[in-house]
Design a protein around this ligand. Structure first.
Ligand SMILES: [Zn+2]
Length: 69
């Protein structure tokens, strides 16, 4: 039938919808962002593991690109 194998995110409609995008990248759904923040804090407390805030945001760029100001 259709050859559409990647569906755009229904929240931001800018990126392909995937579990990774929905959970870690999409910033347009406020509830998800807040939930993600709580999850980050819980994981950091329990496991001492810092989840990147957003894999697609500038803040999550590799350390080699540290800003100089
Ligand atoms: Zn999205």
């Amino acid at each position: 039938m259709a050859t559409l194998d990647c569906q755009l995110c229904r929240v931001c409609t800018m990126q392909v919808e995937s579990p990774e995008h929905a959970l870690l990248q999409c910033m347009l759904d406020r509830e998800t962002v807040e939930w993600r923040q709580e999850l980050r804090e819980a994981v950091l407390r329990e496991r001492n593991w810092d989840i990147p805030v957003s894999l697609s945001s500038e803040e999550a760029l590799p350390l080699g690109q540290t800003a100089d100001f």
